[in-house]
Design a binder for this molecule. Structure first.
Ligand code: ATP
Ligand code: MG
Length: 248
């Protein structure tokens, strides 16, 4: 039933168990949020999922395929894309060129001489479609590094979408955003669920409770509980370790 599954992931940093037998499942079309206090192991988990870190034990499975031995690149090709918090944007290039490079990387074509004109045209069309999908169609000719923070984040999501992922990993997409930018990002993520599942790591609880179908709570490297937003909101243990006693 699940599209994506993490089974018993263990990662040790010296004596510290950063992820302690973490298991979770994401259903097709689900937005699954991962929350937890600072240092809970969220980024360490995401890094093992994307392939940046190799786990000491456990497996990562997408659509029945064991991704654990695969490189980051292979995982992307298998359908798992991740946002990189802007770091992979080429700031001197235009939005269009950034998108073209991403599209080209995933279609296997290149900008060599003697390339059929139709192929070049279809790359441009794909880049423009991506821009439209995320609402950057009016910024195609702008220099990526000169965009406001929220728009750069949005471009980063568009670059991840170029790979046509089955599962999109988002590590704090709202970080550093103002309320308007956050609201736009919520709308964008909400629209993605038609085409893919999303694993969302986010500290902005308003966004998490609005978007998530289910929430996993990570504490000291372990999954404390999994549930719907209502179940999580009303869980006394979660309130004690994370949400505080005030109503969220
Ligand atoms: N490369 C590393 N070497 C040693 N310890 C690390 C390393 N990366 C993370 N840690 C430790 O592992 C634990 C989990 O860190 P991680 O960054 O995964 O937490 P997080 O849930 O993403 O926190 P935050 O909400 O602050 O982003 C922390 O105690 C952290 O100090
Ligand atoms: Mg983190």
């Amino acid at each position: 039933m699940s599209l994506f599954r993490v089974e018993g992931l263990v990662k040790r940093f010296g004596g510290l168990l950063a992820t302690d037998h973490v298991s979770l499942e994401v259903a097709p079309g689900e937005i699954h949020a991962l929350i937890g206090p600072n240092g809970a192991g969220k980024t360490t988990l995401v890094n093992q999922i994307s392939g940046l870190l190799q786990p000491d034990a456990g497996r990562v499975l997408l659509d029945g395929l064991d991704l654990t031995p695969l490189s980051m690149h292979r995982r992307v090709a298998a359908g798992l894309s991740r946002c990189f918090q802007v770091t992979r944007i080429f700031p001197q290039q235009s939005v269009r060129d950034n998108l073209l490079l991403a599209v080209q990387a995933h279609t296997g074509s290149s900008f060599r001489f003697l390339q059929p004109r139709s192929q070049v045209r279809s790359l441009y069309a794909a880049a423009e479609q991506l821009a439209e999908r995320v609402g950057l169609q009016h910024s195609l000719d702008r220099t990526a590094g000169a965009l406001p923070h929220g728009a750069q984040r949005t471009l980063d999501v568009a670059l991840a979408l170029a790979a046509a992922p089955k599962l999109l990993l988002l590590d704090e997409p709202m970080a550093g955003m103002g309320p308007d930018e956050s609201a736009q990002m919520v709308t964008l993520i909400e629209a993605l669920r038609q085409d893919m599942a999303v694993l969302l790591i986010e500290h902005d609880m308003e966004a998490v409770f609005r978007l998530a179908d289910r929430i996993s709570v990570l504490v000291y490297g372990k999954v404390l509980t999994v549930g719907t937003p209502d179940q999580i909101r009303n869980n006394p243990e979660v309130q004690a370790v994370y949400l505080g006693t005030e109503t969220v």
